[in-house]
Design a protein around this ligand. Structure first.
Ligand code: NAX
Length: 331
């Protein structure tokens, strides 16, 4: 039998945490044959609720779950973890300035970066979910210099999956037959959902999404805004933000990273830019990636048309501004 993998979930008493931990304990993140030990971190006001989640994990009698650590101590939470899913953060409340929210998250991610750097297992893979996800991941990277930058990522897979979902609904095809959409840039409303290289499996072979949809007007406007605004639409409908889809996408992100993407298929991940596609280096930016042997690589050589170029630059611009704001909170 395999040795258990230790998976940290921060903010585990929150909405996404509640949806995510049972998925991990069922093997959805790391595979049906992979035992896990869950490490759950939250803050003292949520300690009792966190303990309740632990009780439910025990009650669910998950065969793969070999242990649960539930704590409000970041060092205890981070010790020995192989995978860290960072869901905890400070939410934007009505009337709060962007800078105030940024400042709270910068201080959280700075201190959790040090806890991970000092106490996580070597080669720990980190996924930041909490918003502003790209910039929180960048702060984590800056303050955990001994963690390889390749190991620090943020979640845009939910946006990627939303784009697959929209195409599948529009064409009335199985979502599993749609592939290779791309989310470029920030996990925010400036992200660019790009279908220029996406295809659908049909009885007559793979066909480009643009050819099948045959409505560039829809693809260039409504499709893009629907994906960009989907988070807000969920809040409006549910009065709470996306949780089950965020949790499921976080599992997809880690599973594909660890176990690999299928041949001929790429996914979107927020990763440290190396300057590919003329995206400024030094930002955590969402790119199309393939994964093999536990490592991602950015898909190279895709053609970028004029409309796309503008959208790639716009979201990079927003990330540069967020980065500057985050740094201004440090001084
Ligand atoms: P909740 O408010 O339900 O849960 C957040 C939890 O984090 C709370 O239990 C809170 O006590 C805890 N927390 C706060 N500060 C902490 C700290 N310093 N250490 C550990 N835990 C801490 O929010 P939820 O709906 O679960 O969303 C969590 C985060 O995910 C938010 O930042 C949200 O904006 C972000 N999202 C990101 C998405 C993405 O695709 N990247 C999509 C979904 C979601 O909106």
């Amino acid at each position: 039998a395999k040795d258990p993998v230790r998976v940290l979930v921060t903010g585990a008493a929150g909405q996404i945490g509640y949806a995510l931990v049972p998925m991990i304990a069922r093997g959805i993140m790391l595979g049906a044959d992979q035992p896990v030990i869950l490490h759950m971190l939250d803050i003292p006001p949520a300690a009792e609720a966190l303990n309740g989640v632990k009780m439910e994990l025990v009650d669910a009698a998950f065969p793969l779950l070999k242990g649960v650590v539930a704590t409000t101590d970041a060092v205890e939470a981070c010790t020995g973890v192989n995978v860290a899913v960072m869901v905890g953060g400070f939410p934007r409340k009505e009337g709060m300035e962007r800078k105030d929210v940024m400042s709270k998250n910068v201080s959280i991610y700075k201190s959790q970066a040090s806890a991970l750097e000092k106490h996580a297992a070597a080669n720990c893979k980190v996924l930041v979910v909490a918003n502003p996800a790209n910039t929180n991941a960048l702060i984590l990277k800056e303050f955990a210099p001994s963690i390889p930058e390749k190991n620090i990522t943020c979640l845009t897979r939910l946006d990627h999956n939303r784009a697959l979902g929209q195409i599948s609904e529009r064409l009335n095809v199985q979502v599993s037959d749609v592939k290779n959409v791309i989310i470029w840039g920030n996990h925010s409303s400036t992200q660019y959902p790009d279908v220029n290289h996406a295809s659908v499996k049909t009885p007559a072979g793979e066909k480009p999404v643009r050819e099948l949809v045959a409505d560039d007007e829809w693809l260039n406007s409504e499709f893009i805004t629907t994906v960009q605004q989907r988070g807000a639409a969920i809040i409006k409908a549910r009065k709470f933000s996306s949780a089950l889809s965020a949790a499921s996408s976080a599992c997809d992100h880690i599973r594909d990273w660890v176990l690999g993407t299928p041949e001929g298929t790429w996914v979107s991940m927020g990763v440290y830019s190396d300057g590919s596609y003329n995206v400024p280096s030094g930002l955590i930016y969402s790119f199309p990636v393939t994964c093999k042997n536990g490592e991602w690589s950015i898909v190279q050589g895709l053609s970028i048309d004029e409309l796309s170029r503008k959208k790639l630059d716009l979201t990079a611009q927003e990330l540069s501004e967020e980065k500057a704001l985050a740094y201004s909170c440090l001084s």
